[in-house]
Design a protein around this ligand. Structure first.
Ligand code: ZN
Length: 137
């Protein structure tokens, strides 16, 4: 039996190539991002070549999961029935430099402020898709 107030599941990405590798790491609870094996610069989203030095040598390195709020938007209208408004979508800049987009936990959207220290959480939405969430550090 389905509760009349139950929300439908969120629509998940259908990644291929490097993005599929990325989401699979996140589904296993590993916050891995690409890092150049030659110049060691971090990058996100995944690419085949380093934008800093052009190298194709890449490693999937563990990121710290610490960062700060870079930007956000608060949705007040129910655009997607999987989400209960108001909710925030946050862009966080990790201590390593790359920026990630995700949902917010543990704080009301109205309490967001620039540079708020955050921690990254990973939610396994399926066996192959892990999603990013942020909570105050
Ligand atoms: Zn490089």
């Amino acid at each position: 039996m389905t509760d009349a107030t139950e929300r439908p599941p969120r629509i998940l990405p259908a990644p291929t190539g490097l993005n599929a590798e990325l989401y699979a790491y996140w589904a296993r609870g590993e916050l891995r991002l690409q890092r150049c094996a030659d110049c060691h610069s971090w990058r996100h989203p995944p690419r085949y070549r380093c934008p800093s030095c052009g190298s194709a040598e890449t490693e999937w390195a563990l990121a710290s999961g610490h960062g700060r709020v870079f930007s956000w938007t608060i949705t007040h209208r129910p655009v997607d029935p999987a989400f209960t408004p108001p909710y925030a979508v946050v862009v966080a800049e990790l201590d390593e430099g790359p920026r990630l987009v995700g949902n917010l936990d543990g704080i009301e959207p109205a309490e967001l402020r620039l540079d708020l220290p955050i921690e990254v959480g990973l939610v396994a939405a399926s066996d192959t898709i892990g999603l990013v969430t942020f909570r105050p550090a």
